[in-house]
Ligand binder design. Structure first.
Ligand SMILES: [Fe+2]
Ligand SMILES: [Fe+2]
Length: 366
């Protein structure tokens, strides 16, 4: 992993002031809980073999969009916003900081993975794509860091890259998981942006002003994975349908639980985490029609009942974790098993099968 940090770091150079020493926020970003953003590594030789010939025309159009780089100068904190923006409602403070740290960790996690793929492959299509995406994610991470400074927080990304554990995912799992997280990222940002457009007085921090053009980057990243999968239909058939269901549910359920652990953040924007998540999942499900042959049925009333059950179990787990001691050592894994059982139950709910459209590309129209 030594080399890849250098190349991800060199991308970030000039964007991110290194904090030098490990601080509390870096520690928070290092936490390896089930729900916190992870760092990934994969089989680079296999990605080097990816062919997109089946969708060459669509691919070239997408690459031209990446090359046009419409957001080149978007992610700069403007000079007239150099005052301290950390003076926010104390009830909100911790959740907002937590939100920023988990966001910067995901952006940086994407940046490292994409930069590393670019460095390791020779296939020009993959080299171009992952180079563009690493460029975008480094900008996103750098931009969050520009605002974190107000909170006296500097995430030492170099240290983070060296110290965080890397999870190995086969390339196909990278495609499913990353496709979903790019698209759900789009849906999350655009939903917040649209809400705050209606109620600008609730915009308690300027970073939300950037969300619209920001999420167009994420949408485009998702388009690239959609093309990769559609150009390699094997990834979307047979046993892989079961993997797609698995990743979709894992991504959806993780978001549901994580968002409900930040009630103040959503209250401040006058949205309930439940309504917000339902909206985000509806948008994401709609988008996945471009590529996934199966979709979760969000209208099955059991779906949200089960998500609520998982949430309640996670909340119980948190209570025990905070208490610590012997009881926690027994109860936390037990509750973990129960979460697993509910997950399985949710997994086996009937799904909706989906006829793939002739035209893969979709526009970010929400
Ligand atoms: Fe990003
Ligand atoms: Fe992205």
């Amino acid at each position: 992993m030594e080399k890849n940090m250098e190349s991800a770091e060199s991308l970030l150079k000039g964007q991110i002031p290194s904090a030098g020493t490990i601080n509390e926020s870096t520690k928070a970003a290092l936490e390896d809980a089930v729900l916190s953003p992870r760092f990934y590594t994969t089989n680079f030789a296999e990605i080097d073999q990816v062919k997109i010939d089946l969708l060459r025309r669509e691919w070239d159009v997408l690459m031209a969009e990446f090359a046009a780089d419409k957001n080149a100068d978007h992610f700069q904190r403007p000079a007239d916003m150099d005052k301290d923006y950390s003076k926010i409602n104390p009830e909100l403070y911790d959740e907002f900081v937590d939100f920023l740290i988990s966001s910067i960790t995901s952006e940086f996690s994407g940046c490292i993975l994409y930069a590393e793929i670019k460095r390791k492959v020779k296939n020009q299509d993959m080299k171009d794509l992952f180079g563009y995406m690493a460029r975008d994610e480094s900008r996103h991470a750098g931009f969050i860091n520009q605002w974190l400074k107000d909170f006296n927080i500097g995430i030492d990304l170099g240290f983070l890259a060296k110290s965080k554990k890397y999870t190995y995912f086969k390339p196909k799992f990278i495609y499913y998981a990353t496709y979903l997280s790019e698209k759900i990222g789009y849906a999350r940002y655009i939903t917040i942006f649209r809400e705050l457009e209606k109620t600008p007085e609730l915009r308690f921090h300027p970073i939300f002003l950037w969300f619209e053009r920001w999420c167009n980057d994420e949408f485009r990243h998702g388009e690239a994975f959609a093309l990769i999968m559609r150009a390699n239909p094997k990834l979307l058939s047979g046993i892989n349908k079961y993997w797609i269901r698995f990743f979709t549910l894992a991504v959806y359920a993780t978001m549901y639980v994580r968002d409900h652990s930040r009630p103040q953040l959503y209250r401040a924007m006058n949205i309930s985490p439940t309504d917000y998540d339902k909206k985000v999942l509806r948008i994401t499900n709609e988008i996945t029609k471009q590529v996934f042959p199966v979709m979760l049925n969000l209208d099955d009333p059991r779906f949200y009942i089960y998500l609520e059950q998982m949430l309640a179990l996670f909340q119980k787990m948190d209570v025990y974790k905070k208490k610590g001691g012997l009881l926690a050592k027994v109860m936390v894994p037990l509750l973990g098993v129960r979460v697993g059982l509910v997950f399985v139950k949710t997994y086996f709910l009937p799904v909706i099968s989906n006829e793939l459209p002739a035209d893969v590309r979709m526009a970010p129209s929400w």
